[in-house]
Design a protein around this ligand. Sequence first.
Ligand SMILES: *Cc1c(COP(=O)(O)O)cnc(C)c1O
Length: 496
Amino acid sequence: MSNVMYASTRNQEQKITASQAVLQGLAPDGGLYVPDHIPALDVSLAQLAKMDYRQVAYEVMKLLLSDYTEEELKHCIHAAYDEKFDDARIAPLREADGVQYLELFHGKTIAFKDMALSILPHLLTTAAKKNGVSDEIVILTATSGDTGKAAMAGFADVPGTRIVVFYPKDGVSDIQKKQMVTQQGDNTCVIGIDGNFDEAQSGVKRMFGDAAMKEELAAKGFRFSSANSINIGRLVPQVVYYVYAYTRLLAEGKIADGDLLDIVVPTGNFGNILAAHYAKQMGLPVGTLVCASNENKVLYDFFSTGVYDKNRQFHLTSSPSMDILISSNLERLIFESTGKDDGKTRELMEGLARDGKYEVTPDMREKLAGFYGNYASEEETAAKIRDLYEKTGYVIDTHTAVAAAVYDKYRADQGSGRPVVLASTASPYKFSRAVMAALGKGDDALSDLELTEKLSEVSGVPLPPAILELKSAPVRHEGICGVEQMPEMVRAFLQK
Ligand SMILES: *Cc1c(COP(=O)(O)O)cnc(C)c1O
C-alpha cells in the first residue's frame, strides 16, 4: 500500500516507479505522471513541529518517492538544502498585517523555484543510477523567467547532465534576463525566443513528443528530461514547505493541532498550489486553497465557470512568472476530478490542443470546491505593495502582491477567518523596478540593478548575494531564435 506508483493522466495502464517518473518528466502520451494514491503523513504534526526543514523534507518525500532508499533521499535533501540558502530555516515565515508570508525566496536565484530545483538534479542523477541509465541527461526547459535560471543554478556543472533553457526574449524582467545570460557552467545553454512563454513551452513539448529526434539523440547517447514543473521531482519537494509552515505555526503556539489553515498561492503553471493540495490530501489540516491570478485570469474564469478557455488576449504584466495561458499542472487536478478517468482526461486535453478550450461537468466542478479563484489587476497589485509597506514596513514582490490582493478579495467574499499562509514566491529585489514604482519611488533614469540599492534603503533589508553577484558577471549566452528553430538550436548545442 505504501509503495506509490505513477501513471500518466492520459493512460493509467502503465505504472512506473517514482524514480522512473522523475527520469521521464512528461509521459510519452503527452500526459502527466500522477501518484496512484496519496499516502497519509505517518508522523504526527506535533513530532514534525520539532524537526528542522531537512527532517520534515524526508518525512514528506519518503512517502511520495517511495522507491528511493532512505540513504538516497537523505543524500539528495542534504545536497539541496544547505548554505545555498541565505536563511538557516530555508523557508521562514514572516507575519505582516495578520498574514503569514511563507518566504520561499532564500535560495540561489531568490525565487521559489529554487525550493524544488535545488534538489531535482540530485533526484534525477540518483534516479538514473537506480535505473541503470548511463546516457547523458539533457534537460530541456521553457521558462517564463524564474524556472530557467533556477534550473541552471541547480544543474550547472552537475556531471552527466546538460541543460538548454528557452525564455521569451521580451517577456522577462531585466534582472531575470541578466541572470539568464550570465549563467556559468559549460553544460548550460540559454536561448531567447521570438515569442511568448506559451509558444516556448509548446516548442519544448513538441521536441519531447518528436520520436525521430529522440531516436537520433539516443543514438548519440543523449536522453531528454524535463525540469519544468510537470516533473514529479519538482512537485514533491514543494509539498514539504506547506507541512513545514503549518508545523512552525504549531511550534510557536500560533495555531492548535488540527486547526484549519487557508493557503494562498500566486499561480501560473499550477504547480505550487497543486503541491498544497497534495499536502492537504496527505492529512495536513488545510481549509481553502486560494488560487491567485494576475490579469491573465484564465484560472479564475475556470474556477468560476467550469470552462477553461485560453483563446484570449495575452497580457504582459508586472508579475511575468504568472503570465501563462496554459497551466500545465491543472491536468493533474482535472484527472483527479474525473474520478481518475484517463480517457476523459485525454479527451479534454485534446480539446484544449485543438480548440484551445474545454468544459468540465458539474460533477467534476463539485470536486474542485476546495479551491477559490480570483485575480488582481495591475493597479490592485501595485496598491497592495504600497499599502502593506505603509502599514507594516514590509516590502513584497509583485507576484506575492497578486496573492495578497486576491486574499483581500477572498476575505471580503467568504471571510473564513482562518489563519492564513501566503506563498511569497519571489524576493522584491528580483522585480525592483515594478516594486519601486508601486511604492511611488520609481525612477526611469536608473537601471533595475541600481533600483535594488534604492529598494534596500527603503526596506532596510540588505541586498542578497544573488543580486550582488550580478553586478560583475560577464554575458555568456547571446543566442536568439524563432520558435521553429528550437530543435536546430538544441542539436547544435549537443554537437559541442
Ligand atoms: C513560477 C512562479 C509562480 C507560479 O508558480 P506555479 O507553480 O507555476 O503556479 C509564481 N511566482 C513566481 C515568482 C514564480 O517564479
